[in-house]
Design a binder for this molecule. Structure first.
Ligand code: R5P
Length: 291
């Protein structure tokens, strides 16, 4: 297997090369003055199974197009099989029709990737596992939550309370709990489908005087985490941290979260930023070696 270093995940790709010992395929990329993307594979992929490491966080549309271009280039240059390693899978949250007249975004993404030549997909903490069945080729998701929880154990927070900000994330909090060895619980979140606004409520949790880590798959605007922090403070939590797999952190999300009294934001390199304190390289390397 060879690892294609997609422009949006170059550093992660290099780490995977280091851990797996697979050869790398560097990529030349640039953006034309009109905004269109250009890519070129800079090593041979002839008769190879290639894994293209390319996340599709912001700017989602151009990162997706680059992924499709890389797959097309790989097939045109003789690759026998193309596995897309997409740590953050864009558009996965629009996986069904919520309101009449909508589309299913991830269905279009899946068809586009198939047409580009992708044969298989590996992603991390996809928002809902049912999304994987939409892809017309094998698609797998792996969880980075144990790696995030280990980060906190190493920092001395063994036995911290693992909190899910809504019921849907409770399985995530439970995975963290397995590593942390403390308690786990969840809040409730309601979303207005027309405005997108969310509100949260919290039953009594055993957090008075405790260290609490809020775990979620995605932090986007930070509204969910800020709402959770408010409830935790009302219930007397002593220290609050937050961990997510995909730290999109749009606009002033980071500032809002820190202003809400959260002591640290920890994310993975599925969305490269200064908050990417946990690398997905060991998780993805293991998955690739098992193929
Ligand atoms: C939604 O259900 C997700 O798991 C996250 O809770 C959500 O995407 C976070 O969004 P925001 O940071 O904008 O509240």
């Amino acid at each position: 297997m060879k690892i294609v270093l997609g422009p949006s995940s170059r550093e992660l790709g290099e780490k995977i090369v280091e851990l797996t010992g697979f050869q790398k395929v560097p990529v030349a990329s640039r953006v034309f003055p009109d905004g269109e993307s250009y890519i070129r594979l800079e090593a041979s992929v002839k008769d190879e199974h290639v894994a293209i490491v390319q996340t599709t966080c912001m700017p989602q549309d151009s990162n997706l197009m680059q992924l499709a271009f890389l797959a097309n280039a790989a097939k045109r240059n003789g690759a026998t099989k193309v596995t897309a390693v997409v740590p953050y899978l864009a558009y996965a949250r629009q996986d069904k029709i919520f309101l009449e007249g909508e589309n299913i975004s991830v269905e279009t993404v899946a068809a586009m990737l198939k047409a580009a030549g992708i044969d298989q997909l590996i992603t991390v903490n996809v928002h809902a596992e049912s999304v994987l069945t939409i892809f017309p080729f094998p698609a797998q998701t792996f969880s980075a939550i144990p790696l995030l929880a280990e980060y906190f154990v190493k920092k001395g927070h063994k036995k911290a309370f693992a909190l899910a900000p809504d019921k849907g994330a409770m399985h995530i909090a439970q995975q963290a709990q397995t590593v942390l060895g403390g308690e786990a619980g969840n809040l409730e979140k309601q979303r207005d489908r027309h405005t997108g606004q969310t509100s949260q409520t919290g039953k009594h949790l055993n957090v008075k005087g405790e260290t609490v880590i809020i775990f979620d798959d995605i932090i986007s605007t930070g509204g969910t985490i800020v709402g959770a922090a408010r409830i935790l403070k009302e219930q007397g939590a002593a220290h609050i941290y937050t961990a997510c797999v995909h730290g999109l952190l749009v606009g002033d999300a980071e500032k809002r979260i820190l202003n809400a009294g959260i002591e640290e934001i920890v994310a993975t390199d599925s969305v490269p930023s200064k908050n990417s304190k946990v690398t997905l390289a060991p998780l993805i390397s293991q998955a690739l070696k098992a193929l």
